[in-house]
Design a protein. Sequence first.
Length: 567
Amino acid sequence: MTDISKLRTTLGDLLDRQAERLGDHEALVHLEHGLRYSYAGLRAECDRVARGLLSLGIHKGDHVGIWATNYPEWVVAQFATAKIGAVLVTVNPAYRTHELEYLLGQSDARALILISTFRSSNYVAMLNEVVPALRKSAPGQLRTDKLPYLRDVIFIPPYPREAGQEGQETPPGMWGWDEVREGGEKISPEVLAQRQQECDPDDVINIQYTSGTTGNPKGAMLTHLNIVANATYLGEGLHFTERDRLSIPVPLYHCFGCVIGTLLCLTQGATMVFPSEHFDPLKTLIAVEQERCTALHGVPTMFIAELGHPDFEKFDLSSLRTGIMAGSPCPIEVMRQVIDRMGVREITIAYGQTEAAPAITLTSTDDTIEHRVSTVGPPMPNVEVRIVDPETGQEVPRGQQGELWARSFMNMKGYYKMPEATAAAIDSEGWLHTGDLATMDEDGYCKITGRLKDMIIRGGENVYPREIEEFLYTNPKIADVQVIGVPDLRFVEEVMAWVMLKSGQTATEEEIKEFCRGKIAHYKVPRYVKFVSEFPMTVTGKIQKFRMREMAIEELGLMEAARMETA
């Protein structure tokens, strides 16, 4: 385990050291865009863009938003902003105008880097709708009362980049990415070196907004030390070296991508492999085979999609050794298939939150399969974990369920401009209250059993959706399932299961209920069963249970019961 004193570095200094040490060793591969950077090349590109940002007047402490999918420029921006001490503000690619306006305003963004489109989202059109003055402004001269801090907008053109191709032109009011790169020639390397030297490991370097599945997103302020330390411990936990090549299909805007992905590789000198701009199971499988990736990250829904792809058996995945599955609870059966069918013998499970930078626990690569399929592992190095009674705050005995609290120097500094929310999340003794229900066994291994707010109370009985989900996964016809509570006039809440069947399978609502009867308590048997082909989810693959509940209330005609809940 690396000593804390050796973790006290900045992202910029860390990149420089690895570039000096590794030189021509591959740092970044973007398969879809046909782009490759060595460590020396990545450093040179980051320096060029960092100087370009300085030429725009962006300085230490300024907030720079990035609204993009997994472009190579995202990674360059991550390290370029870090080198000058600017704070990178990550913007969810799925955001629409209302959410974008909120984030740019709440974060006091000084600049915004963006791509042109993502799926049905036209980012340029949406930004112009939020900031109509942009079209008539000269680049760098934006002035709007709605977003008083915003001055510069930087446009990343789409790939492939061919002269005269539609969409390559920089929209009015914006700088082109290449303009910023070329503008760096006005700033000497010595000026950049001086700015980089002024950065401190305890400076906030990143504001990552929580996914906002309930309420407005909150910006977790993370320091160089927070994320470098967390990534280092994760890399050591996976026994990463410069010989490893990590496939990163998870989105960069999320901590899974930009900490557990890019920074994990940087701290160990490994190679980052991006299969595509956004998750595609086929492109991910191609990347693993073609680039001989030794590790693969993903949320459970991603692994399910890869395992379920019609061409899965055609791919040679024998290079895979390890990786991290995180983001949401992993079904036991999916974990077994990742080990048995994908051959990821040393796959690990990480649990955490953005507020913890992000990992709190991690299973070991040599843990028993039982530990790796049924727990999220013991606490990470230098992380304390307590399981407490959420009502009293008192620690509960081993094996008993309670709320998981975590304390570490890697916990965020707080939520940006939200002191009350910060105080609610981290108490006066430094404990982060995760809101997750968990147990801890005698060996210190934690098992996540649900969310406090996800708990269903049916007729006075506490029902934990996770327990029912795990049971339903034993049905051979079911590929995936999510359980929620819906309002009920008699019992306050009833259990509802959203079921995704395996390809070629059929089932009825009554069949699913009958499968449960006699095997789980009667009050846990779903009152409602809905068959679906997909679940509403965030761009990172997190299931939006609040949205499922809203849809169910409408479809089942439960509006009166819902009104009684809030009466």
